[in-house]
Design a protein around this ligand. Structure first.
Ligand SMILES: *Cc1c(COP(=O)(O)O)cnc(C)c1O
Length: 388
């Protein structure tokens, strides 16, 4: 990687395409090869070529992705994992020990909540829930044992907005770390490290991969010491991204900027249509001026993203029926791919949060708005919302 490709002087779109993407030294191939290999020939005992000895510790395809992710999030170090949850697990085991406490948001990906509530708690990690849209509520939830504040903004599935700079102030004054799950925004729309976050978490399964063909995760940090600790744990625990998965995410990231522009444009049109639809009681989209986080979102995001949630006026059965009637919007979990998806969070992605403080409304429908023709998407939703 020549220095000028990753330098701060290049804009996001340029870094997304070039960082980590050095022409292959052996052949000149312009795309980093998939190094589908476990081990590396040593030039005499301990004589490693380029530092590679075993692919759990490092693999050139994964290194290319990690270099790219660090460059596009404005960090010094990135680590790529087998899934978003593998990245989260590595992070919480690096930051927290038995007896430590973490403040988690009242609106988050159901799997993140499950990881704290059902897994980390068994190892003595304590947690409490706070409304992360309210920095003072987060400050009030801190205890002498708190080691980290965890937020997701925009949040999944309620599209809540947390003020990253304000929470970074709370974290700094308490001497705890601020973790931001940047999956919904992507680094194209939002740069949490520049706003004072200590760690950025991604499910690269979503917008970064962008094509619904890979499961992956990543951690990105500004502090090199924390980066070393995370890298130690990544190797010690082993939930790395495989070479082909790393390659798919690296390829996806090249088009992130143009995809996000279209995701945002289509989502804004759909949010407008839903706002005026008689069968919709409430539209949750940070781009709408009446969204409670609109001003903060406008301040910290380049645009408002491709996720839209809405509540169906006639309740749960009607919400499920809308999901079932959609044709172009595919009924399915996940998000962030080029194709549009629709789902019922209460029964699907967030079923694991039922009965918890993170339970979601039963009349809620979540859309991952894709990059198809916006006209076609609007027509499909209108027919799905039409009464029989
Ligand atoms: C999907 C998702 C995760 C979990 O990532 P996986 O790749 O599914 O393990 C974490 N956070 C958010 C916001 C997500 O949408």
């Amino acid at each position: 990687m020549t220095h000028e490709h990753t330098g701060d002087t290049f804009h996001f779109e340029t870094r997304a395409i070039h960082a980590g993407n050095t022409a292959d030294p052996a052949t000149g191939a312009v795309v980093p090869p998939i190094y589908q290999v476990s081990t590396y020939k040593q030039d005499g005992v301990g004589g490693l070529r380029g530092g590679y000895e075993y692919s759990r510790s490092a693999n050139p395809t994964r290194s290319a992705l990690e270099e790219n992710l660090a460059a596009i999030e404005g960090g010094t170090r990135a680590l790529a994992f087998a899934s978003g949850l593998a990245a989260e697990d590595c992070l919480l085991r690096t930051l927290l020990s038995p007896g430590d406490h973490v403040v988690i948001p009242n609106d988050a990906y159901g799997g993140t909540f499950r990881l704290f509530a059902k897994v980390a708690s068994r190892w003595g990690v304590e947690w409490s829930v706070a409304n992360s849209s309210d920095a003072e509520a987060v400050r009030a939830a801190l205890t002498p044992r708190t080691k980290a504040i965890w937020v997701e903004t925009p949040s999944n599935p309620l599209l809540g907005i947390s003020d990253i700079a304000a929470l970074s102030g709370v974290a700094r004054s308490a001497g705890v770390r601020l973790v931001v799950d940047n999956t919904f925004a992507s680094p194209y729309l939002q740069q949490p490290l520049a706003l004072g976050a200590d760690v950025v978490v991604h499910s690269t399964t979503k917008y970064m991969g962008g094509h619904s063909d890979v499961v992956g995760g990543a951690l990105i940090v500004a502090d090199a010491g924390l980066g070393d600790e995370l890298a130690f744990h990544q190797n010690a625990m082993g939930a790395i991204a495989g070479p082909f998965d790393a390659w798919l995410v690296l390829r996806g990231v090249k088009t992130l900027a143009v995809r996000m522009d279209r995701h945002c444009e289509n989502a804004a049109r759909i949010a407008d249509m839903l706002t005026n639809h008689p069968r919709v009681s409430h539209v949750l989209y940070p781009g709408l001026p009446d969204h409670p986080g609109h001003e903060v979102a406008a301040k910290q995001m380049k645009a408002f993203g491709g996720m839209v949630s809405f509540r169906v006026a006639d309740g749960e059965a009607a919400a499920v029926a809308v999901c079932d009637r959609a044709r172009l919007f595919t009924l399915g979990e996940s998000l962030g791919g080029v194709e549009s998806l629709i789902e019922h969070p209460g029964r699907m992605t967030h079923a694991s949060a039922a009965g918890s403080p993170l339970e979601v409304p039963s009349d809620l429908v979540r859309l991952s708005v894709g990059i198809e023709s916006g006209d076609d998407l609007l027509e499909d939703l209108k027919q799905a919302l039409a009464r029989d």
